[in-house]
Design a protein around this ligand. Structure first.
Ligand SMILES: [Fe+2]
Length: 509
């Protein structure tokens, strides 16, 4: 795309969110309601408020941490849920905290820092909560000039071309110093030769790293009715960007990339701005009678694209995708029947009301790019609900066989009622091996860590953090991927716990 086109795109991106909504606050004291609920359900502390701006400690290690496992687990997540007495009305509205778990020949050192976003700075300067979020609004809220006003960097991280970025769903990346975790500010990908005409354009929290080391991503601008697509070279430079109009717009969270295509599911959660909306989610309407659109985009030419249809569904995350020589794409995702987990569960949990919505089951999708058809099929037995799929990063965007994910089994729920199993699933054989966490621990996303020199999807480890609500400690566990059912072979425990985060990446050291 030429510079002139970039500039035009930028002008469209500049459209702010609708002045969301200067609706009245609900006037309730959720801080008190939550504190009371924690006394009854102590595991709710996992959604409590972070106590400090920064943390640093050597973890107490147990078991056998292999010498060959060297690197850093970088993670981010909503952590500051209460701002000058105002408790956020949605889990994902929390100010972000970025973490580094540094694993080095047997030792594990942890650091964490709140991300110094524009939002955090503005709130501190004002001495109060300022903005409406996904749900709810503080008293006397300020108007928004654009998505980055409320960008908290709390959703995932990308480590690319030696640069650590904290990502949020609908705004720009924040650059983080990979050593100190200090926030350097909003990051703009530059074009070759300098300049950044995509400044401020949305860059989603789930970019995909291609076989050649380049990065693909999308972003959505609701008010402009546009999806943006990005291609960043392995050298960190912006190679290409483009846009596709989507009407009605929705809230896509993740997408998949194959050898030739980008595929993004668009659930029928239609953007319908309303003057009395209490938050961004309230500006959307769930229409289960409408299809889930499937946008298929040619990687080489964003203008070449088409839509297919699936039954209505809500998807946060995909594991991976690949395309065979006959043009058939296979991918997988955690498929929920509706967005109630987003619209209800993650709001109610902030109030201290554990009211779990309709959870996701893991599905496989088959998309024929020549016949232009798509079908879906459940990959696991009924009663097993999944989230946080991940893969050996060496098979990203290409043929894969193994999936790591968290799950919960209807027949054996944990006391805390949420995800409590970590799995290694073999797509070809259908074999699922898993470890059930003790009820006193709530696991977070688990990642596949390749063993140096090994074949992809072979001989690796699985690394995952967990919140031990009984002990008030955060831990990181290490599993042998092929022996996951045997439980952790090593662990490391911090002298503190930090509210549950979202996503991370393991960066080999
Ligand atoms: Fe996510």
């Amino acid at each position: 795309m030429h510079r002139r086109q970039f500039t035009k795109l930028l002008a469209l991106m500049a459209c702010p969110l609708p002045a969301s909504v200067l609706a009245q606050s609900d006037g309730e004291n959720w801080t008190e309601m939550f504190a009371e609920a924690v006394r009854e359900y102590p595991w709710l502390a996992a959604w409590g408020n972070v106590e400090q701006d920064r943390y640093e400690a050597d973890a107490v290690v147990r078991g056998n941490w292999p010498e060959a496992l060297q690197g850093v687990v970088y993670r981010t997540g909503p952590a500051q849920h209460e701002i000058f007495g105002y408790r956020n009305r949605h889990w994902f509205d929390g100010n972000g905290m970025v973490h580094a778990w540094r694993i080095d020949g047997g030792g594990v050192r942890h650091q964490a820092r709140l991300i110094e976003t524009l939002k955090l700075q503005a709130e501190r300067a004002a001495g109060r909560a300022l903005y409406s979020g996904l749900s709810g609004a503080p008293p006397g809220q300020a108007g928004l000039t654009g998505p980055n006003d409320v960008n908290s960097g709390n959703t995932s991280v990308l480590f690319h071309h030696d640069r650590l970025l904290a990502l949020w769903e609908a705004g720009s990346p924040y650059e983080i110093d990979a050593e100190t975790l200090e926030t350097r500010g909003i990051y703009n990908f530059e074009e070759p030769g300098g300049g950044s005409s995509m400044r401020g354009a949305p860059f989603s929290a789930h970019p995909r790293v291609d076989v050649d080391g380049s990065v693909w991503n999308f972003g959505y601008a609701s008010a402009a009715g546009l999806l943006v697509f990005w291609h960043i070279g392995a050298d960190g430079a912006l190679r290409k960007a483009g846009r596709i109009a989507v009407d009605p717009m929705t809230m896509p969270h993740d997408f998949v990339v194959t050898e030739k295509h980008l595929v993004i599911l668009l659930p029928p959660f239609h953007f319908r701005p309303a003057a009395d909306a209490m938050g961004f989610l309230d500006m959307h309407e769930w229409r289960p009678q409408d299809p889930c659109r499937v946008l298929v985009v040619d990687k080489n030419d964003f203008s070449s694209h088409y839509f297919l249809e699936l039954p209505a569904q809500w998807i946060f995350h995909f594991g991976n995708a690949w395309e065979d020589r006959s043009g058939v794409i296979r991918f997988d995702g955690a498929r929920a029947p509706d967005p109630s987990i987003m619209t209800q569960t993650f709001t109610e949990i902030m109030r201290g009301n554990p009211d779990y919505g309709r959870a996701a089951r893991h599905y496989g999708y088959r998309l024929d790019t020549r016949a232009r058809t798509i079908s879906e099929e459940s990959m696991l037995e009924p009663g097993v609900f999944t989230e946080f799929p991940s893969i050996d990063p060496r098979v990203g965007c290409r043929q894969y066989r193994k999936l790591v994910f968290l799950s919960q089994s209807e027949a054996d729920l944990a006391e805390h009622g949420t995800l409590n199993e970590v799995n290694l699933f073999d797509i070809e054989s259908g074999r699922r091996d898993w470890f059930r966490y003790p009820d006193t621990q709530i696991p977070e996303e688990h990642l596949y860590a390749p063993r140096p020199g090994s074949e992809p999807e072979s001989g690796g480890w699985i690394l995952g953090t967990a919140f031990d609500w009984r002990r008030g400690r955060h831990i990181i566990n290490l599993f042998n991927a092929e022996g996951i059912a045997d439980g952790p072979v090593a662990s490391a425990e911090l002298p503190y716990a930090i509210p549950l985060g979202l996503h991370g990446k393991f960066v080999t050291g």
